[in-house]
Design a protein around this ligand. Structure first.
Ligand SMILES: Cc1cc2nc3c(=O)[nH]c(=O)nc-3n(C[C@H](O)[C@H](O)[C@H](O)COP(=O)(O)OP(=O)(O)OC[C@H]3O[C@@H](n4cnc5c(N)ncnc54)[C@H](O)[C@@H]3O)c2cc1C
Length: 488
C-alpha cells in the first residue's frame, strides 16, 4: 500500500523514536478528521511498524486571539464526530478543552513521555506553527509534522508565487505525480492494536477529557470558558459528517450552476466548504476525488502541458474547472505563501506598486469615515455593506463577491490603509468560521493589491488598486432576497 510520501513529512526535533514507549501519539491540531488524513495515516504507519496502539490527543486552547463560542462550538462538534467513530474502532481519543489559558500546558509533554513517537499536523498559518515548534523542543521523543493541506505538498517548492497565473502554470506542470499519491480514504481500517490500557490517573485528573461536554454538545454552554461570548455559535454545524453532507449537496444540487451563479448571493451556488476545509473536517483530496467521480473523469488521464490557463486544462466541465480554480489554485496559493514567508500578514508584504499607490493617496478626502465599532455593528450608510457585515456577524460566513466588496469599502472609509488592513483582519478572523486561514490573508491582501495588478483609472483613496462599487453590485447581482434577509 502507498505510504505517506516523504515530502509531506518533516521532523520537528532531533530526538529519536522510542520503540519501548506505550503508544504512538497523534496530536490532532488542524486535520480534525479520521478520513483522508495524511497525519493520521502516518501515525497508523508508525503504530503498525512498532506494533503499538494509537492515542489521539485532540485539544482546543482558549487563550488565542479571537477564541469565541462560535469557534469552540464548531470545533467541539467535530471532536464529537471523531470521538464516536474512534470509540467504535478501539482507538483512544483524548478530547481536551482547555478551561483557562495555559491550563493545557504540560499535557502533550506528559503524554509524550510514554509515546514511541509523536505525529502532528503541518498547518502553515496563525499560531499553529509557533505552537508546534515550541512543543517539539519540550519532547524527548521524535515529533513529526505532516502536511495534509492540499493537492500540492506545501514544501514541494520553496518558490513563493506572486500571481495566480504563475502558480496555476506551476500546478499544471507539477501536479500529476501528486494525483497518484493521495492519502488513504480510511487510514484506520489498518490499525492493528487496540488501546486496552489506561492513561495514568494523574494525567486524566489534571487534564480531564471533555467527554461530558461532547455528549451534551447540542445544549453545551461555553459560558465558563474565558473566550469571547459576544460571538455566538453559528447556525452552521461543524464536524466530518456535516462536511460530507455539504460536499454531497454541492455536487448533487449546486455545482452545475457554479460558474454562472456563484457570485449571486440569492442563488447560494457555492459549496460552503471553507469552514470545514479550515478546521480540517474535510480533506481537499476527498473533495477532489468526489468531484472527479461526479465528472466521470478518468483517473489515468494524461494531463497536457499547461500555460496557466483558467479553463480547459483539466478537461472537465466548465463548472468543475471554475470550482477547481478556486479550491486548488486560489486556495493553495495562500498556503504556498504562508508556508514560506513569516510576514504574510504584514502591510509591508504588499507589492511595492500597491504600497506606493496607497501612499500617494493617503491624504485624499474620504467620502465617509468609520471606526471599528461602526463597521462591526454594520452602521455604515451602505445597505449592501451592512447586510454583508450582518451575515458575517450572525452566521460566520460571507460569499466571495460580497467579501471583496466588503473589503474594498473598508479601505475607502478608513483614515489610512494600515488601519483598513487591521480592521479587515480583525473582523474577518473574529467572525468568520473560515477565518485565521491562509485564504483569509489571500483574500484580505488581494483587496489591497496582492496577486493583482495596477488598474486604470487612478481613483481617490484606492489609487491604482482595483475598484469595486456597491452600485455595480446592485446592478449586476441577484441580491434582493439577500438584502431582505440581512436588512437588520
Ligand atoms: C476579504 C476577503 C476575505 C476572505 N477571507 C477568507 C477566509 O478567512 N477564509 C477562507 O477560506 N476564504 C476567505 N476568502 C476567500 C473566499 O471568499 C472564501 O473562500 C469563499 O467565499 C468560501 O465560500 P465557499 O466555501 O462556499 O467557496 P466556494 O466558491 O465553494 O469555493 C470552494 C473553496 O475554494 C476556496 N476558495 C474559494 N474562493 C477563494 C478565494 N478567493 N481565495 C482563496 N480560496 C478560495 C475555499 O477553500 C472554498 O471553500 C476571503 C476573500 C476575501 C475577498
Amino acid at each position: 500500500m502507498t505510504q505517506v510520501p516523504d515530502f509531506r513529512i518533516q521532523k520537528c526535533n532531533d530526538a529519536a523514536e522510542n520503540p519501548q514507549g506505550d503508544y504512538v501519539l497523534y496530536w490532532m491540531i488542524a486535520n480534525r478528521r479520521t478520513h483522508w488524513n495524511s497525519s493520521l495515516q502516518r501515525a497508523v504507519e508508525w503504530s503498525n511498524r512498532l506494533d503499538k496502539p494509537l492515542v489521539i490527543l485532540e485539544a482546543l486552547r482558549c487563550g488565542y486571539q479571537w477564541a469565541s463560542d462560535r469557534i469552540h462550538r464548531f470545533v467541539a462538534e467535530g471532536m464529537k464526530d471523531n470521538a464516536s467513530r474512534l470509540q467504535k474502532l478501539g482507538v483512544l481519543h483524548y478530547p481536551y478543552l482547555e478551561p483557562v489559558p495555559d491550563a493545557g500546558k504540560g499535557l502533550l509533554r506528559e503524554l509524550g513521555k510514554r509515546a514511541c513517537v509523536v505525529v502532528t499536523d503541518d498547518f502553515p498559518c496563525f499560531f499553529l506553527p509557533r505552537m508546534v515548534a515550541s512543543a517539539a523542543l519540550q519532547l524527548s521523543v521524535l515529533m513529526e509534522k505532516v502536511d495534509s493541506n492540499g493537492l500540492l505538498p506545501i514544501r514541494w517548492t520553496d518558490k513563493v508565487f506572486l500571481t495566480a497565473v504563475s502558480f496555476r502554470r506551476f500546478l499544471q506542470n507539477n501536479i500529476e505525480p501528486h494525483l497518484h499519491a493521495f492519502p488513504k480514504p480510511d487510514p484506520l481500517s489498518e490499525v492493528v492494536r487496540p488501546f486496552n490500557a489506561q492513561l495514568p490517573r494523574g494525567i486524566l485528573e489534571k487534564w480531564p477529557p471533555a467527554h461530558d461536554v461532547l455528549r451534551g454538545i447540542d445544549n453545551a454552554s461555553f459560558a465558563s470558558f474565558p473566550i469571547d461570548h459576544s460571538v455566538p455559535p453559528s447556525p452552521i454545524h461543524g464536524g466530518e459528517r456535516e462536511a460530507n453532507r455539504a460536499l454531497k449537496k454541492f455536487l448533487q444540487h449546486k455545482i452545475d450552476a457554479y460558474a454562472d451563479c456563484r457570485n449571486h448571493p440569492d442563488d447560494e451556488a457555492t459549496s460552503g466548504l471553507s469552514p470545514y476545509l479550515h478546521f480540517g473536517h474535510i480533506s481537499l483530496h476527498q473533495v477532489f476525488r468526489d468531484l472527479i467521480d461526479h465528472e466521470r473523469w478518468p483517473r489515468n488521464r494524461i494531463l497536457p502541458e499547461g500555460r496557466g490557463q483558467r479553463e480547459g486544462w483539466w478537461g472537465m466541465s466548465r463548472n468543475a474547472e471554475a470550482f477547481l480554480d478556486e479550491v486548488i489554485t486560489w486556495r493553495e496559493l495562500g498556503y504556498n505563501r504562508c508556508a514560506h514567508l513569516d510576514r504574510y500578514d504584514r502591510y509591508e508584504s504588499l507589492p511595492a506598486w500597491a504600497q506606493q499607490t496607497l501612499d500617494t493617496h493617503r491624504s485624499d478626502a474620504r467620502t465617509h469615515l468609520y471606526g471599528l465599532d461602526q463597521f462591526e455593528n454594520a452602521e455604515t450608510h451602505d445597505p449592501i455593506w451592512n447586510a454583508a457585515q450582518r451575515q458575517l456577524r450572525r452566521e460566520g460566513r460571507l460569499q466571495n463577491y460580497l467579501r471583496m466588496l466588503w473589503g474594498k469599502k473598508i479601505i475607502e472609509w478608513t483614515p489610512c490603509p494600515e488601519e483598513a488592513l487591521n480592521i479587515m483582519i480583525h473582523l474577518n478572523n473574529k467572525y468568520a468560521l473560515d477565518g485565521r486561514n491562509p485564504n483569509s490573508y489571500t483574500g484580505i491582501f488581494w483587496i489591497m493589491g496582492r496577486y493583482d495588478r495596477p488598474w486604470a483609472p487612478e481613483r481617490p483613496v484606492l489609487g491604482r488598486i482595483r475598484y469595486m462599487s456597491s452600485d455595480n453590485a446592485r446592478r449586476k447581482l441577484r441580491l434582493r432576497r439577500y438584502l431582505q434577509r440581512y436588512a437588520e
